[in-house]
Design a protein around this ligand. Structure first.
Ligand SMILES: Cc1cc2nc3c(=O)[nH]c(=O)nc-3n(C[C@H](O)[C@H](O)[C@H](O)COP(=O)(O)OP(=O)(O)OC[C@H]3O[C@@H](n4cnc5c(N)ncnc54)[C@H](O)[C@@H]3O)c2cc1C
Length: 416
């Protein structure tokens, strides 16, 4: 334990997504009394019906040079998989300006170093949750990236090479058109090339959220639902979180409020903007189950098996998390995927959902202490909060209880 650090005995976690509940779970491991509060309920944000890939090989920072080219297309085409919600919100302009500054190769490499440190511990953190009683149904599965034109794979293969260059092992196998279809008969014959990303995993996120909530509750934590928090402040020895219907007190607090976190962090010295990268998903019945997850990088759609159905997830729409979902997006995803797959009955579409990915402008999660003693943040995981949730909880709980920042969290310093 560091110097005069006094480990908090009661911690309040604001937000019951995968990241917040993983923090609560790991704090319980250290014997801390935890209370979780949510403006709605567990999984009400991005954690509920995302693609569910636990894929450290694909967990890379979002801002990179090609985003700038995409940005221009997005403005020109409302059907693009990357889009802007038209909005007068000044925070959107501020977020985009900061993100553009991080769209350089050198910034990407720096951010990748931060991702790598977490990615390397991701599997171990899931194993720890399972051993500790979380009813985790994690399926082994290579992720198969599919390309209608072989040359379209160049950007993806370059990115995988950059991940390896950053020191994270990735195992790839290239498949011909026939090999792709012998592995996954749902892939249409327009697909020329497959890239198998080996040894990744996937889960059904809503089931995982429920399992985490159950484990956290079974170990004595109350999850206070339907209770929005509008401010969190330090008053002498205690931290007080207030909202229209509640005032909660603890020795320390973790803000894990996903894409909404910026509102609570503004007064605590956190300058990196956090904003919503709204994604959409739906399921369709698949009479013949999908063998494993598929990823179509050009269409930006992931397909994950979920029991007798398959979940389609995609779209990156920069916009306020509470803005009305644009229902036309589901049709855009079908249009982008239809020619790439066979034997799908699109008329069985159900479970339509929109969730806001908590994007940090520089693509690096924000995990650690804020400028206010006893107030911490865990968020900004963008496209990879399922993969990185458990490791985030584990490292932050170590920091909060010991007063020592684990080396993996240094680049994630929320005050950077
Ligand atoms: C379409 C899509 C596909 C994705 N696919 C993957 C994938 O395959 N693999 C992967 O690793 N990640 C994926 N992600 C990303 C992942 O879903 C997120 O990174 C992750 O869920 C973020 O978790 P979180 O706990 O930080 O935030 P959230 O799940 O958004 O939770 C935040 C919680 O805080 C609560 N809250 C907010 N404000 C307040 C307040 N003021 N007071 C009280 N409570 C508050 C909210 O109600 C919410 O429950 C995907 C996301 C999307 C949208």
């Amino acid at each position: 334990m560091a110097g005069d650090h006094r480990a908090p005995s009661r911690v309040l976690v604001i937000g019951s997504g995968i990241v917040g509940m993983s923090c609560a779970w790991s704090l319980q491991e250290h014997g801390v009394e935890v209370c979780v509060v949510d403006r709605k309920h567990p999984g009400a944000g991005a954690s509920w019906q995302n693609a569910g890939l636990v894929a450290p090989a694909l967990s890379v920072p979002l801002p990179e040079p090609s985003i700038l080219r995409y940005g221009v297309r997005a403005v020109l085409s409302p059907r693009s998989p990357v889009a802007l919600v038209r909005s007068a919100d000044p925070r959107l302009a501020q977020f985009l300006a900061a993100m553009v500054r991080s769209c350089t190769t050198s910034a990407w490499r720096r951010s990748m170093g931060a991702h790598r440190a977490l990615n390397m511990l991701a599997d171990e953190a899931f194993a720890h949750q399972r051993a500790g009683g979380v009813d985790l149904e994690l399926h082994e599965g290579d992720v198969m990236a599919c390309f209608a034109r072989a040359h379209e794979s160049a950007g993806f293969l370059q990115e995988m090479a950059a991940v390896v260059a950053a020191g994270q092992p990735v195992e790839l196998t290239l498949l011909t058109a026939d090999e792709v279809r012998s592995v996954e008969p749902h892939v249409a014959d327009v697909v020329e090339l497959g890239v198998k990303v080996r040894s990744q995993r996937y889960l059904t996120p809503s089931r995982y959220v429920a399992a985490l909530a159950k484990s956290v509750r079974d170990r004595g934590t109350k999850i206070v639902e339907n209770t929005p928090i509008t401010s969190v402040e330090r008053h002498g020895e205690v931290v007080v979180a207030r909202g229209p219907s509640a005032e909660l007190e603890a020795d320390a607090a973790v803000v894990a409020a996903g894409a909404w976190a910026g509102d609570l962090l503004a007064t605590h010295g956190v300058r990196v903007p956090v904003y919503g990268g709204r994604g959409y998903s739906f399921t369709v019945a698949s009479p013949r189950p999908f063998v494993g997850p598929l990823y179509f990088p050009v269409a930006r759609v992931a397909v994950t098996p979920q029991g007798g159905r398959a979940r389609f997830a995609g779209i990156m729409e920069f916009g306020a998390p509470d803005a009305t979902p644009q229902r036309a997006r589901f049709g855009h995803m079908v249009d982008a995927s239809r020619h790439l797959l066979v034997d799908i009955d699109w008329s069985t579409m159900a479970d339509q959902w929109m969730g806001p990915r908590p994007l940090s402008a520089d693509g690096v999660p924000l995990v650690g202490a804020t400028a206010t003693p006893g107030i911490y943040v865990a968020g900004g995981h963008g496209m990879w909060g399922v993969t990185l949730g458990p490791v985030t909880g584990s490292l932050l709980a170590e920091q909060i209880t010991s007063g020592v920042t684990p080396p993996q969290l240094l680049p994630l310093d929320p005050l950077r």
